[in-house]
Design a binder for this molecule. Structure first.
Ligand SMILES: *Cc1c(COP(=O)(O)O)cnc(C)c1O
Length: 249
C-alpha cells in the first residue's frame, strides 16, 4: 500500500469530523453525505473515493462532465446541484445519478428527453430528481418588493412552494425520471431553522401525493445540524471537507 499523501490525510481528518457532527445530530437515522467537490480537482474526488465516499456533488456541467470522465472507473454517484440550463440536459444525462436543482417545467421536459436518449444508448438508470424550493418567504427580513435585486435569496434559485406540487406531478409522470423529493439552500443572512421547517412542510405535501418521494436534500457545511433536525435525508457538504474553494478568475 502506498503511504497516503498529505492531502489525503487532511481530507480523511475533515471527513471524520463532518461524519462525527452528522452522527451526533442524527442519532441512528443517518442521512446520505454528498461531498461537494466543485472547484477542486479530480484527484481529490479519487482521494475521497478511497476514503469511502460514494456520493459527490457538482454545480457546473462543464466541470462535472470533465471530472466524471476523469474518474469514470470509480463507482461514484454524481449529484448535480447547481442551476441548470436546459441545453445542458444532454450532457448531465451522461454522468449524473441525480439532479437536485429542478425548478421549472421546461427543465423537466429537457431532462426527460435527454435521459430517454441516454437510456437508448447505454441503458442508464432513471435520473433521480429533486425539486429545488425557494425558501425566501421564510426569512422575515427579506425585502418583499418584486424584482428587488437585494432580495436575500435572489441568487439561490428554486420554485416557489406553491409551484412544487405541479412540478412533482410532472416529474412523476415523465419516463426516465424518478421523483426523489425536494431540495433547498437556506436563505443567506437568516437563521436556517425556519427555512428548513418550511421545506419540511413542502416535503410533506409532496409525500402526500407521492409516498416514494420522501427525500429532503438540505444542509451544507454551516447548517447541516439544523437540516438534520428538520429531517434532511441528503446533506451537501463542501468546504468543511475540502477546505476553502480556490478563487475563480
Ligand atoms: C457549494 C454548494 C454546497 C456546499 O456548500 P459548503 O458551504 O461548501 O458546504 C451545497 N449546496 C449547493 C447547492 C452548493 O452550490
Amino acid at each position: 500500500m502506498n503511504t497516503p499523501d498529505a492531502r489525503s490525510i487532511q481530507l480523511e481528518q475533515n471527513l471524520a469530523a463532518v461524519r462525527d457532527r452528522i452522527r451526533r445530530a442524527a442519532g441512528n437515522a443517518e442521512p446520505t453525505l454528498i461531498v461537494v467537490t466543485k472547484f477542486h480537482p479530480a484527484e481529490d474526488v479519487l482521494r475521497l473515493r478511497r476514503l469511502g465516499v460514494a456520493d459527490v456533488g457538482e454545480n457546473r456541467d462543464q466541470e462535472a462532465a470533465a471530472k466524471a470522465a476523469d474518474v469514470a472507473d470509480a463507482a461514484l454517484r454524481w449529484h448535480f446541484i447547481g442551476q441548470l440550463q436546459s441545453n445542458k440536459a444532454r450532457s448531465v444525462a451522461q454522468y449524473a445519478h441525480s439532479v437536485h436543482s429542478i425548478d421549472r417545467a421546461s427543465l423537466v421536459g429537457a431532462l426527460g428527453r435527454a435521459v430517454a436518449a441516454q437510456q437508448d444508448l447505454d441503458g442508464r438508470n432513471a435520473l433521480e430528481c429533486f425539486i429545488q424550493v425557494d425558501l425566501s418567504e421564510s426569512a422575515p427580513e427579506a425585502p418583499t418588493a418584486q424584482g428587488s435585486g437585494t432580495r436575500a435569496t435572489a441568487a439561490r434559485g428554486g420554485a416557489a412552494p406553491s409551484e412544487v406540487p405541479a412540478l412533482a406531478e410532472l416529474i412523476a409522470s415523465t419516463p426516465g425520471l424518478r421523483l426523489a423529493g425536494v431540495m433547498a439552500v437556506a436563505p443567506l443572512g437568516a437563521a436556517p431553522e425556519p427555512a428548513f421547517e418550511l421545506l419540511a412542510g413542502v416535503s410533506a405535501r409532496v409525500v402526500a401525493d407521492h409516498p416514494e418521494a420522501a427525500a429532503i436534500s438540505a444542509g451544507m457545511s454551516h447548517d447541516l445540524e439544523a437540516a438534520i433536525h428538520a429531517g434532511a435525508t441528503h446533506l451537501r457538504v463542501g468546504s468543511d471537507i475540502l477546505g476553502p474553494r480556490p478563487a475563480v478568475g
